[in-house]
Ligand binder design. Structure first.
Ligand code: CTP
Length: 230
């Protein structure tokens, strides 16, 4: 990876990539989840590795066969698991790619004991919000954070800008809802200074592997600048 600083760091950039959904338990066999496949995050992990970065993956409950041969991976189930992993591990990395699709709600008091029977009175599940993770992470001045946003097309950029400010990340990779669980993406990168980068034409879908390589390349100068004195 290129570096714009004159003092050359003596080690590769360390990336931490979170991906996949979270599963919020109901009882010991059921959960609330979402349709994230983890594919975009994993393609970014692969693309970063191609640039000689060290890449650790934190993966939610998704099944990407290729990930079985990734040698630096830890698994999480719930948002609480992911928060704990990040609090422990983020201090040891330079770049965080927060592609995980964190659930918005969890069941109060879960997991309920055992397995709720079908012939029991249907449970009234009381939900509570899952607390923000990336927006509350402590980062150093030389760490770079990439947030994600999954939004309806008509609100994509406005919503991505709101999240960029609220979560205090360095940039947001904004995807339309159609990218969920798909092999293709129309991702755009939204920066704090108002710039929006697109790989091809706006609303054009491309293979996630090619979009991921473009994202890693597009982030590279900003990462080199911010993480240069790592
Ligand atoms: N995120 C997070 N903690 C949460 C929810 C989301 O760190 N509790 C992160 C995601 O990993 C992603 C970014 O915040 O990088 C945006 O996630 P998204 O689901 O698009 O937005 P939300 O903040 O959940 O807001 P909403 O569901 O209202 O769109």
């Amino acid at each position: 990876m290129s570096n714009t600083n004159t003092s050359k760091p003596d080690r590769p950039t360390r990336w931490l990539v979170t991906l996949g959904p979270t599963h919020e338990p109901i009882d010991q066999v059921r959960f609330i989840g979402n349709r994230s496949s983890g594919r975009m995050g994993f393609e970014i992990a692969k693309a970063a590795k191609e640039t000689n970065a060290q890449v650790r993956v934190l993966a939610g409950p998704c099944s990407l066969p290729e990930m079985n041969s990734w040698n630096d991976v830890a698994r999480f189930q719930s948002a609480a698991d992911l928060r704990k992993l990040l609090n422990n591990e983020w201090p040891n990395f330079d770049v965080l790619v927060m592609a995980a699709a964190v659930a918005d709600w969890r069941v109060v008091g879960a997991p309920l004991e055992g397995k709720i029977r079908r012939d029991a009175t249907p449970p009234m599940l009381q939900l509570e919000p899952v607390a923000e993770i990336v927006g509350h992470l402590q980062s150093r001045h030389n760490q770079f954070v990439v947030g994600f946003a999954l939004e309806p097309k008509d609100d994509l950029l406005a919503s991505a800008r709101r999240k960029l400010a609220a979560k205090k990340v360095d940039c947001i990779v904004a995807n339309s809802l159609e990218t969920l669980d798909s092999t293709h993406s129309d991702a755009q990168i939204v920066w704090g200074d108002g710039r929006v980068l697109t790989q091809g034409h706006v609303n054009e879908f491309a293979e996630k592997s090619s979009v991921a390589r473009w994202i890693v390349q597009a982030l590279s100068p900003a990462i080199a600048q911010k993480c240069g004195d790592r």
